[in-house]
Design a protein around this ligand. Structure first.
Ligand SMILES: NC(=O)c1ccc[n+]([C@@H]2O[C@H](COP(=O)([O-])OP(=O)(O)OC[C@H]3O[C@@H](n4cnc5c(N)ncnc54)[C@H](O)[C@@H]3O)[C@@H](O)[C@H]2O)c1
Length: 267
């Protein structure tokens, strides 16, 4: 169902890898709500070819960019503005990857070179995205920038490993850059803290399936799906949330406010 909430707006969406990706659903919903978008992902992710199919379906240009490369980001925003015919109204950062998790290194035995790479991909890339947009003056006044995060930034979830610190850094960048973008352009910057979701990045975490069921039972509304996350992103990109900025917004079916649920005791 479309309410044209994003009619006339232009957006750049990072991180659609396949149809399970949260960014994939967000891209579909944004276009359904009247937005024009460009899609981007790391050059290596293009090899699978899925994102091209999404681009064709949504009439969106697909522009490869490694989000850790300032040159790639500059070219991406330049090409995006050319393709869409003007400055950008909204951006979704939906990027996460941990080398230590992927290589199954324990938290008490982390490789620090990999950790730095993890922080660069999963958190510093968000600062790079915003700094590039800032310097290029590529955001329209009143725009909205979002990144996806997880509650492991606030509480300990041992198997999330160094991604916990990545998310803490990411959320802090949203607050700090939110100040500057708010003052200069009335652009808001927020993070959405999403429930566990069955995607490529999510399923990479040890014990994910059991944890998914636990979180589902802990949350009075159950786990939030990627489709409902897409709805929330649309709202945050729309003009209905103009005064919301520098916030970490829980989109988790109530999980973050729970202490214990009888359903979990029964498991
Ligand atoms: N799945 C979950 O349980 C969950 C929960 C909360 C938050 N999140 C967050 O949601 C976001 C999206 O993840 P997802 O679950 O949809 O998984 P996903 O694997 O579909 O998406 C992660 C994306 O990051 C991209 N990426 C990796 N390195 C990159 C680079 N150098 N440059 C550009 N892009 C790069 C990947 O290609 C991929 O498209 C991530 O920030 C993730 O941490 C996920």
């Amino acid at each position: 169902m479309s309410n044209n909430l994003l009619k006339g707006k232009r957006g750049v969406i990072f991180g659609a890898l396949d149809d399970k990706s949260i960014a994939w659903k967000v891209a579909e919903r944004c276009v359904e709500e009247g937005a024009t978008i460009t899609l981007t992902n790391a050059p290596v992710a293009m090899r699978f070819g899925e994102i091209q199919k999404l681009g064709e379906k949504l009439h969106a240009e697909v522009i490869p960019a490694d989000a850790t490369s300032l040159e790639d980001l500059e070219a991406l925003f330049q090409k995006s503005m050319e393709a869409m015919g003007g400055k950008i109204d909204f951006v979704l950062h939906s990027i996460g990857m941990s080398l230590n998790v992927r290589k199954k290194k324990e938290y008490t035995d982390l490789n620090y070179d990999w950790m730095q790479k993890t922080f660069d991909i999963s958190a510093i890339s968000f600062h790079k995205v915003m700094q590039t947009l800032w310097k290029m003056e590529a955001m329209n006044d009143g725009g909205s920038i979002l990144a996806l995060t997880y509650i492991a930034a606030q509480r300990t979830f041992p198997d999330y490993s160094e991604m916990a610190e990545s998310k803490a850094l990411l959320e802090s960048f949203a607050r700090s850059f939110g100040y500057h973008f708010g003052e200069r352009n009335n652009v808001r910057v927020n993070t959405i803290s999403q429930s566990p979701t069955k995607t490529t990045a999510g399923s990479g975490v040890k014990g994910f399936d059991e944890f998914f069921d636990y979180a589902d039972k802990m949350s009075p509304l159950g786990n939030a799906s990627s489709e409902s996350c897409a709805d929330y992103c649309v709202l945050m990109f729309s003009d209905f949330t103009r005064m919301v900025t520098m916030q970490n917004l829980y989109h988790d079916g109530g999980f973050s406010s729970m202490g214990m649920s009888p359903k979990v005791l029964d498991m």
